[in-house]
Design a protein around this ligand. Structure first.
Ligand code: CU
Ligand code: ZN
Length: 181
């Protein structure tokens, strides 16, 4: 007679264990949300621009910190491009601007822009850049995630008008955006 009690109890215990395991799975999923990313930027052929661009998720948006050397003084177009493929010498294999939402090219503070439109960096007289700003559009998770795409730095200034490139000229440096600790 006891079999009829033990079997349902065993089933109940097994089911309960599965629920606990499922819950643990969800928790580890939350932990896998990306919070930091970094691109190590290296020069394209004939150029000497190098440095790092890091990205950190915060309440107000994505904090972007760029430290770069080897630029000509002045403004240079600065974007996330579609492909994390930096195998070409001129940066062309990174494709066009990262644009997952089908928007026009614009400036970083516009709400209708390519996700990758970070505007311009401003190099000082020595050719160095120290940029620190909060980007309202780019994300490290979900459809606008920039992970696996590429940072591109251009020789000329982004005019925020010319479609879809900003007419920023040749690509002087490139780096793939990877997950950071
Ligand atoms: Cu670009
Ligand atoms: Zn753009």
């Amino acid at each position: 007679m006891k079999k009829y009690i033990v079997a349902p109890m065993l089933a109940f215990v097994l089911f309960g264990t599965q629920c606990v395991l499922a819950q643990k799975g969800n928790m580890s999923h939350e932990k896998s949300m990306v919070k930091r990313a970094i691109a190590v930027v290296t020069p394209t052929k004939g150029n000497s621009v190098r440095g790092t661009v890091s990205f950190e998720a915060g309440d107000k948006g994505l904090r972007v910190i760029a430290n770069l050397t080897g630029l000509t003084p002045g403004h240079h177009g600065f974007h996330v491009h579609e492909f994390g493929d930096i195998s070409s010498e001129d940066g062309s294999s990174a494709g066009g601007h990262f644009n997952p939402t089908g928007m026009p090219h614009s400036m970083p503070m516009s709400d209708k822009r390519h996700a990758g439109d970070m505007g311009n960096i401003d190099a000082d007289a020595e050719g160095n850049v120290h940029l620190d700003y909060i980007d309202p559009v780019m994300k490290l998770n979900g459809p606008n995630s920039i992970i696996g795409h590429a940072v591109i730095i251009h020789s000329k200034e982004d005019d925020f008008k010319t479609q879809p490139t900003g007419n920023a000229g040749p690509r002087v440096a490139q780096g793939v955006i990877g997950i950071a600790k």
